[in-house]
Design a binder for this molecule. Sequence first.
Ligand code: SAM
Length: 359
Amino acid sequence: MSEMNRVPPGVDASRPSPARMYDRYLGGTANFPSDRDAVDRILELVPEIRDAAWANRGFLQRAVRWMAERDIRQFIDLGAGLPTQRCTHEVAREIRPDARVVYTDSDPGVIAHGREILAGVPGTAVIEADFRRPGDLLGHPETRRLIDFAEPAGLLIVALTQFIPDSDDPWALVARYVDALAPGSYLALSAPTADHTVARKVDRIVEVYATSTIPSNTPRTRAEVGRFFAGLAIVPPYRGAASELTSAGLWGCEDPEAAESDGSRLFYVAVARKPKAELAQPVKPTVEQLRIDTSTLAWRRSTDGPGGIEVAFAWITSEEWVLLRLHGDPDGRVSVFSRFEWDCFLDGVRNGEFDGAAF
Ligand SMILES: C[S@@+](CC[C@H](N)C(=O)[O-])C[C@H]1O[C@@H](n2cnc3c(N)ncnc32)[C@H](O)[C@@H]1O
């Protein structure tokens, strides 16, 4: 932890800032009286918010560790906050000492403080960028220097989307960042919810944040948070759990009963994997639709494979299809390969696995 003992240029200390309020929940000292007053007003009615912040920070750290254990060596931490409580590079480097991390935030105080703390830490950068302008971050020279977009990366969007109102379409923004990543990358995202909290508590939180430097604060429903993971494969949050959103404390836990609390339930979280790029699947015609004139097919016999297979080629509306005939099949059945199988087959051909592969 480190003290915020002077006001950095561009920082408005008279109004609470969400980054410094969060630092205060976590017991940090990088905050000012306006932040402490705002936090006190919330704690008066929602004492579990401290626990929620810890559960959320714990989720971030467990998710980073989990990704590093799966060989993720580069991370983009959006809305990273003040680097006062075990940061992403510290956690990742316990597993991957060469891990690289780009931290970004829109709060000038976070940037000033972050640069001070991370100055001279190789393989890290602190970039001032607004989440709503993905191009600024993705095209930034420091991002390009540290992140290889051809390799899987860990994208962290933790306790940030509540500051992006629906009118700015946070779902499209998250998708824009995910699109830039290589298949095999992971997204870790957490977002606060009002699903389990009485209205007067939620109103107090929203009311206090409305006086802050980022006045918009939108808790979201389970379905709304789930939409951030569209097109991604959510991983099971803990052993034996279904692959779905969970509360912050449960993610990566050993004992779900002990890990759950009112604070934990203030956040929905998940980690999800970006799948391999889908190849456009041509509509798979039936054999009848193909109306194949077998006399026009060029058969080639494979030299290996179970039972020895024969393959044939057909051209249908400019799509090239490969057909497979199994030796000894009593029905002489012909099945059409999928596009994926087609690509695997071509790989086999290129690797010389078939006879007479001169096509
Ligand atoms: C609650 S803190 C979360 C910090 C950290 N991600 C964590 O979960 O431990 C939210 C952070 O999001 C940042 N933030 C809010 N709106 C932002 C925006 N439009 N662009 C970038 N950062 C933003 C705030 O400045 C703050 O540091």
